[in-house]
Design a protein around this ligand. Structure first.
Ligand code: ATP
Ligand code: MG
Length: 215
């Protein structure tokens, strides 16, 4: 994006981390809403490497998750995608994501880490949690089925996290994967290009129907 445009003031960069397996409209609405409410110049989506919280299930190839994220965000001039997590060796930790982005973008950038209520609840269990709040302001967005009040955040530094109510979309990647496996529709839960990419690549195959050829 045109960095020259922010001469003389700090650049406001949203960071939306996720597995994005697949990316869906819940992610996109959350990013768009935070961008609007916080006056962000850009939101960078950062697909994780192999997520350590999800070792118990097979996660789609990083390259497929990266490409889906690119497809879903391409039409929005304020959305971008970063490869920092998928190109880094080993497990993904948010503290590394934020450190790398800060190094890449320079000192005149403020980071706003966007996270759903479920992920925010786990925040203090993350490695380097004490360092996280120095790297970014955290924006916790509401997510259907996950109660979250400011009381839940009482143990966090009060200026470190803002809660934001976003339009409720009861969509999860887990449900999208289950739907594909059950041959149920995911139209309108994910962008059209994602429906088509999943079909083209044979992601989330119906159990027992064999593995699709690897084109
Ligand atoms: P999975 O079911 O595989 O965990 P997910 O739908 O939770 O997938 P993630 O990639 O794990 O998607 O989520 C990335 C970020 O987006 C997390 O901070 C998560 O809380 C947030 N998020 C995901 N879905 C929604 C939603 N429908 N509304 C608000 N936030 C969401
Ligand atoms: Mg999740």
């Amino acid at each position: 994006l045109a960095r020259a445009a922010h001469q003389g003031r700090r650049y406001r960069l949203g960071v939306m981390g996720g597995t994005f397996d697949p990316i869906h409209h819940g992610h996109l609405v959350a990013a768009s809403e935070v961008a609007s409410k916080f006056g962000l110049d850009e939101v960078v989506f950062v697909p994780t490497g192999q997520p350590w919280q999800k070792r118990d299930r097979l996660v789609s190839l990083a390259e497929d998750r990266y490409l889906m994220t690119v497809i879903a965000t391409a039409s929005n001039p304020r959305f971008s995608v970063s490869r920092v997590d998928i190109d880094r060796e080993g497990d993904t930790y948010t503290v590394d994501t934020l450190t790398d982005l800060r190094r890449e973008r320079g000192d005149d950038t403020d980071l706003f880490f966007i996270t759903g209520a479920d992920a925010l609840r786990q925040i203090l269990t993350w490695r380097g949690a004490e360092r996280l709040f120095g790297l970014a302001h955290f924006v916790g967005v509401t997510r259907p089925g996950v109660p979250l009040t400011s009381k839940d955040l009482s143990h966090l530094p009060s200026d470190a996290v803002t809660l934001l109510e976003v339009p409720a979309l009861a969509i999860s990647s887990t449900d999208c994967r289950d739907r594909v496996r059950a041959q149920q529709p995911i139209w309108y839960l994910v962008p059209d290009g994602i429906v088509q990419y999943i079909a083209k690549r044979g992601l989330y195959p119906v159990p027992g129907l064999g593995v699709p050829d690897d084109r």
